[in-house]
Write a protein that binds this ligand. Structure first.
Ligand SMILES: NC(=O)c1ccc[n+]([C@@H]2O[C@H](COP(=O)([O-])OP(=O)(O)OC[C@H]3O[C@@H](n4cnc5c(N)ncnc54)[C@H](O)[C@@H]3O)[C@@H](O)[C@H]2O)c1
Length: 215
């Protein structure tokens, strides 16, 4: 942001996350304006980024724009071990091994988004006329919410032999402190956010793309 100010850059994208929320945040349909008291270092840096983005916009006119992304599911980047990455890893293991040990409970619900929608959100926000924006660095963007068990069932429609077991680790507590779904009306109103994928269209596309790559 400081570089952007010094060099008078046109725009800065600041990717925030649902990790900006914490256990005191309402978990269902989490509002745009709400309690931001995360307990992870990742979440704390995300809140700091959001606040700095808005500060740089108001104080210096740097056009910083940001989204609170949910868990991103992609066929291009392998899962990295983040709290939402069970929803990516399960596709790889389902295709390659027909079994998956999930590190959160079966009933764990988190908001997720398919990568094509994550890219669309980024481009649509960056292209929005600045005068339409009331918010800047902290837009909630929702897409779909499902439990780990629901995702397993959806994948089983394509790979019926899949066996999923559940062995929660330290990430369960983090998942339990994050929203289940997001109120993204500000994004819809201010820059026309509208996701195009749901759990079934995403699963069909993920399995097609990953099968070509992995098998
Ligand atoms: N993946 C998700 O589910 C998710 C969800 C919410 C928010 N986000 C946010 O979106 C952004 C991208 O996430 P991702 O999953 O693609 O991460 P990633 O780890 O795949 O990519 C991060 C990129 O940043 C680069 N990088 C790291 N430190 C750097 C530095 N000091 N200088 C320059 N480049 C550096 C890395 O080389 C890498 O290319 C992150 O800010 C992440 O917090 C991701």
């Amino acid at each position: 942001m400081e570089c952007a100010r010094e060099k008078q850059l046109t725009r800065v994208l600041n990717p925030s996350s649902i990790a900006a929320f914490g256990p005191e945040t309402p978990r269902d349909n989490t509002p745009q304006e709400t309690v931001l008291k995360p307990r992870t270092m990742y979440g704390i840096t995300k809140v700091a980024g959001e606040l700095l983005g808005d500060y740089y916009f108001r104080k210096f006119g740097v056009d910083v724009r940001g989204l609170r992304y949910p868990g991103i599911i992609s066929s291009e980047t392998p899962p990295g071990g983040g709290t939402t990455d069970y929803a990516v890893a399960i596709y790889y293991e389902a295709i390659q091994k027909k079994r998956y040990e999930c590190f959160v409970r079966e009933d764990t619900v988190l908001p997720m988004m398919y990568m094509p929608d994550a890219l669309k959100a980024c481009v649509d926000l960056l292209e929005a006329p600045v005068e339409k924006l009331v918010h800047h660095s902290d837009f909630n963007v929702g897409s779909m919410s499902f439990s780990a068990g629901e995702l397993a069932s959806e994948i089983k429609k394509h790979i019926p032999e899949l066996k999923v077991t559940y062995k929660p680790d330290f990430r369960q507590a983090i998942a339990d402190s994050w929203p289940k779904s997001l109120d993204d009306n500000a994004a819809r109103k201010e820059w026309g956010w509208k996701p195009s994928h749901n759990i079934s269209s995403m699963t069909k596309d993920m399995i097609e793309k990953l099968s070509k790559k992995l098998l």
